[in-house]
Design a protein. Sequence first.
Length: 292
Amino acid sequence: MDGIANIEKTGGTAQRLGQIVLGVPHNIGSGFSARHFSEEMFAGAMDPLLMVDHFVMTAPTFEPHLHAGISAVTAMFEDSEGVFLNRDTLGHNIELKAGDLYWLTAASGAAHEEKPAKNSRVHALQVFVNLPERLKKCPARSLRVDAGDVPMIEGGGHRVRVVLGASGGVKGETGTPEEMTMLDGFLAADGRFSHALPEGRQAWIYAVSGTVTVATDAEERVLPAGTATTVEAGLAIEVAMTAKAPAHFVLMAGKPIHETFVKQGPLVMSTADDVRRTLADFARGKFGRVPT
């Protein structure tokens, strides 16, 4: 289902909130289940995001694989159990734990493998973030954010982790290739949290659990668990998240890129020739090896 009927209060103001989209179930074996979102489902309105998987993984599922032209981001939720093992061609062999984030800027090309350690239950988001053409051929690099370093906004009825970017004067990690805000928020019954979306930024908002109402002065969307909506870039705007019962949401926001691209699986380059060259470079071992 790509759209759910929504409530709109236009009040004479241009519409900024997008449609409500239900994530597509995606299961692989008995060890991986996800709700999948892609940019096509939002007609480009989640730009610069290309894909989001909200997943639970309890067993190794994916072989080492190549990314290029994007950032591949793993954002661990606080209720993850155990360890998520991450190996990549940058030479990293690390353990991600509950609340951590790992941002792999694949750019010209990098391969990685992520799998849960024995007896682990990984609950997380996997996000593909597009890179502008000027960054697609840069060397790969990475960023790790430890849960203990993530600042918190706490108030009446809300607790929000500022994983990336800033909200309400509270600053999280800012070392991403392009500006990006990521808020991991929890609302109590009748809780409310408001985020000031700066001018020119576009937002994607997802209800992880519970039911979250997303509102501006002019519009409103009610998001049941497993659904998402967008806020179109424009003038600065206040976006409020409220809930009648406990709920969990994620907000991601950045500057839309508005560039054409060629997508082949986890490779997103500016031209088909760039995709072919990247695959050939990978076959020749140009990007190194995943540590054993």
